[in-house]
Design a protein around this ligand. Structure first.
Ligand code: MTE
Ligand code: MO
Length: 379
């Protein structure tokens, strides 16, 4: 057969030194779009601007299609819930910053070959739904319950393993209140858009994207740890292909700049005028509240404290920061850095692993400060 599917024994590929982004990566990049960073000005990301990542195909679910959520496995009372059943249960809305675990991957050297994110795989939305712990309490988990396996309606093959998209949460996380996991049916006050999981998805505040199962159709409580592909093979921090690795869980702190000034079309270099340029951006961490945001205008050699928005009452969402920069003509590399209440911060050296996961290297933004206008033809 002429197919070019990787097989089960093949580890994810690492690009050769100097190897450019391939057509396979481009195909993923055109499907899975990032947040245009200027949209960080919105507290809540308009859904069409929120980043999207989908491993396989987006299931076709018309607006009025029937949907059932089946909750079974190691429970005393298996449940089958319709959307109307779920909407009749207590409703919670939580503002959450989601970030893909692979954010930053394409900037790593050597580059893990996969969805080639720069730093834009992030977005913030208000998710409305029913707490997962209430569903699990209604079903009654057996005393030997260990994991809560969540299955999406999308199906595909990945490195030779045909699968539904599945991820498990440990029982204590699934039944916890800090964060409180949601089975969500609304995003920013409207039914979920198709690309974000219509009609149902999991929302696990503070955790990287892979945990937030879209097109949720089945929840199965197990008495043994789940060993599906997305749990035991993918989303683990490994230096070598043979390592068992550590699971990817919560979001490491990150700060990003709203791109200052205006861009050059091809290079994306930013152009600003001399004088006071108010830099702004967002900072978040899924581990503990962000307590500090800093800015560097000299490629990370010196750092200045930025003004961080005070407690917003949304502990799982990004916070705004601002810093006034006295820009003088020249070329600059701007950076921002977040630190959280547990002292986690961002490295200046890349944290590398084979999957390119949870890498929160500080951002570098090339800026040209120029006191004249660029020429225009015909002027
Ligand atoms: N069913 C299903 N859920 C999924 C995925 C998927 O491919 N299928 N991708 C996951 C990953 S890796 C990420 S980063 C988030 C992205 O969520 P978003 O597209 O709503 O931003 O969805 C997660 N949930
Ligand atoms: Mo992801």
């Amino acid at each position: 057969m002429g197919h070019r599917l990787a097989d089960t024994s093949t580890p994810a590929r690492i690009a050769a030194p100097g190897e450019g982004i391939g057509r396979d990566e481009l195909a993923l990049a055109t499907r899975n779009h990032g947040l245009p960073l200027e949209a960080m000005r919105h507290d809540l990301t308009p859904p069409g601007l929120h980043y999207v990542l989908t491993h396989y195909d987006i299931p076709y679910v018309p607006e009025d299609a029937p949907w059932q959520l089946v909750l079974g496995g190691r429970v005393r009372r298996p449940l089958t819930l319709t959307l109307a059943d779920l909407r009749a249960l207590p409703q919670v809305t939580t503002r959450v910053t989601l970030e893909c675990a692979g954010n930053g991957r394409a900037l790593l050297a050597p580059r893990p070959v996969s969805q080639p994110w720069l730093v834009e795989a992030v977005g913030t939305a208000e998710w409305t739904g029913v707490p997962l712990r209430l569903l699990l309490a209604a079903a009654g988990a057996e005393p030997d319950a260990v994991d809560v396996v969540c299955t999406g309606a999308d199906h595909g093959v990945e490195r030779g393993v045909e699968q539904d998209y599945q991820r498990a949460l440990p029982l204590d996380v699934a039944t916890g209140t800090d964060p409180e996991v949601l089975v969500a049916y609304e995003m920013n006050g409207a039914p979920l858009p198709p690309q974000h999981g219509r009609p149902l998805r999991l929302v696990v505040p503070g955790w990287y994207g892979m945990a937030q199962v879209k097109w949720l159709c089945e929840i199965t409580v197990t008495d043994t740890p789940f060993t599906g592909f997305q749990q035991a093979v993918a989303y683990r921090l490994r230096q070598d292909a043979g390592d068992e690795g550590e699971p990817v869980t919560r979001i490491a702190p990150r700060a990003l700049l709203v791109p200052p000034g205006f861009p050059d079309f091809m290079s994306r270099t930013r152009v600003v005028r001399p004088g006071t340029v108010t830099l702004e951006g967002r900072a978040w961490s899924g581990r503990a509240p962000v307590t500090r945001a800093e800015v560097s205008t000299d490629a990370g050699r010196s750092w200045h404290r930025a003004d961080l928005e005070p407690d917003t009452g949304h502990p799982w969402a990004w916070r705004r920061w601002r810093f006034d920069w006295r820009a003088e003509p020249g070329e600059f590399v701007l950076s921002a850095r977040a630190t959280d209440a547990e002292g986690h911060t961002q490295p200046l050296e890349q944290p590398w692993n084979r999957g390119g996961f949870a890498n929160n290297l500080v951002q570098r933004v090339d800026v040209l400060c120029l006191d004249e206008e660029f020429t225009q033809p015909g002027r």
